[in-house]
Design a protein around this ligand. Structure first.
Ligand code: EPU
Length: 419
């Protein structure tokens, strides 16, 4: 266990490079199960969720070689243990993405049912319903999902609720199914498009990419591939908020401004000067106090739930009343009581945080809970007067590559120490 110690109050300056996307890398690593040959994945971030995925794939019989810090050679083409064990699944819910690929390629899969989560109940009923519609027989027993089929068959799938990983699971399952699958009310997150582009490069026949209606024509096999994942839009946006909350000015490189349009709109509303290039974003918030905003999270292209906690931190020192409504996960507010301990004036009313901005926060000893809540505490600590200590900071390593190193390069006074 380690903690982060932050001496706040220093505006961030300079430039930072966004890493490859966590939420693109994870489904694509699971897509390697579908291929008949190894895949090489470039631009992958160094994160604990990536290590967990590799450990899970290895436990099923896959091999991998770390070719460089960000390049992975993964051979999941011949699995010999079609089980995703509870001990790994419990640490990363995205493990459910093993289900669709294993089932469609091998005709059976046993995947631990992910348990509870700090941000909501997060059931997987929509994954299972859609797989049944493709012809799978599924039972849940002793905490495990047992799925089998004599060959999935394409169907018209409609998701009653927009869901990112269920859309990904069904796309992957449909690639090797007989006939054509259509998916309506599909999630449209850029990470789903990235997965589809990679699968098409492997030989899949997916159209309707970037829309809510995806069509997958089944093929008999998928090949190996070399692919570079897109950059992490949530990491990039988190650094922009770090600059905004400290009254700094930074450039984020290796990032596509178009995929965080909804976040940039809100940063402009709080008073930031934003300039975008093809693969870069400059934010300037020098000598300015943020203005209050109203935010409602939603499925892409709406404001991402993965940026809600960071904007809640930003709103704590904004001029006026902000209102932040979380529409995706019912319990994604673990950061709120911690921010209140730093002097924030926040009230939680159902799924909305109402915030009366204060002039400044004060450092405190805090507890990190989930990934994005932890990021919001780091941002608050960077802006606060005095010292902030964040326990259980390992949550950050799931989604932010070397966060304290990147922040130090931007001028933050932050260090990681062992308990
Ligand atoms: N839902 C169901 N049943 C299902 C699936 C989802 O009721 O079978 C509900 C969820 O409980 C939630 C809503 O549908 O209320 C949307 O959840 P979704 O399935 O879209 O979330 P996810 O696929 O589990 C991914 C990301 C999350 C991100 C959400 C929303 C990955 C690996 N995870 O989760 O990322 O917050 O989409 O955009 O892609 C993070 O990176 O910090 C993170 C949590």
């Amino acid at each position: 266990m380690y903690k982060l110690i932050i001496h706040g109050g220093k505006p961030l300056h300079g430039s930072v490079k966004a890493a490859g996307s966590k939420n693109s890398s994870l489904p694509i690593l699971f897509a390697s199960i579908l291929a008949d040959a190894p895949i090489t994945l470039n631009n992958t971030p160094q994160l604990s969720d990536i290590s967990t995925t590799l450990r899970l794939l290895m436990s099923m019989g896959a091999d991998f070689i770390l070719e460089s810090n960000s390049s992975l050679f993964v051979d999941s083409s011949k699995l010999n243990n079609l089980v995703a064990d509870y001990n790994l699944v419990k640490t990363m819910r995205a493990s459910i993405l093993a289900l669709g690929p294993m089932l469609t390629k091998y005709g059976k899969a046993k995947v631990s049912l992910p348990g509870g989560c700090a941000i909501g109940t997060r059931p997987v009923n929509l994954h299972l319903k859609a797989l049944k519609e493709l012809g799978a027989s599924i039972k849940v027993e002793n905490g495990y999902i047992y799925a089998k089929s004599d060959g999935l068959v394409g169907a018209n799938i409609h998701f009653d609720q927009i869901t990112v990983t269920a859309t990904e699971n069904i796309i992957m399952a449909a690639t090797l199914a007989k006939d054509t699958t259509t998916i309506s009310n599909a999630a449209q997150e850029p990470e789903i498009s990235d997965l589809c582009h990679c699968l098409n490069k492997m030989g899949a026949k997916i159209s309707g990419i970037n829309t809510s209606n995806i069509i997958v024509k089944g093929v008999s096999k998928l090949n190996g591939v070399e692919y570079s994942v897109c950059s992490d839009r949530i990491e990039a946006a988190t650094y922009l908020v770090a600059a905004a909350i400290t009254g700094g000015s930074i450039t984020v490189k290796n990032t596509n401004p178009k995929v965080i349009h909804s976040v940039l709109e809100k940063l402009i509303e709080i008073g930031a000067d934003i300039k975008t290039g093809n693969q870069s974003i400059i934010l300037n918030m020098k000598d300015k106090r943020p203005k209050a905003v109203s935010i409602k999270t939603g499925a892409y292209p709406n404001f991402p739930t993965d940026m809600q906690a960071q904007f809640t931190a930003l709103s704590t020192i904004a001029d006026g009343y902000s209102s932040i409504t979380e529409n995706i996960f019912e319990n994604r507010f673990m950061h709120v009581p911690e921010l209140i301990r730093m002097g924030a004036n926040l009230t939680l009313e159902n799924n909305t945080v109402v915030c009366k901005g204060v002039k400044s926060l004060t450092g405190a000893h805090l507890m990190a809970t989930d990934l994005r809540a932890s990021a919001s505490l780091v941002l608050a600590g960077l802006a606060a007067k005095g010292t902030t200590i964040i326990d259980r900071a390992y949550h950050l390593d799931r989604g932010y590559e070397t966060i304290e190193e990147k922040l130090k390069l931007l001028g933050a006074d932050i260090e990681r120490v062992q308990d």
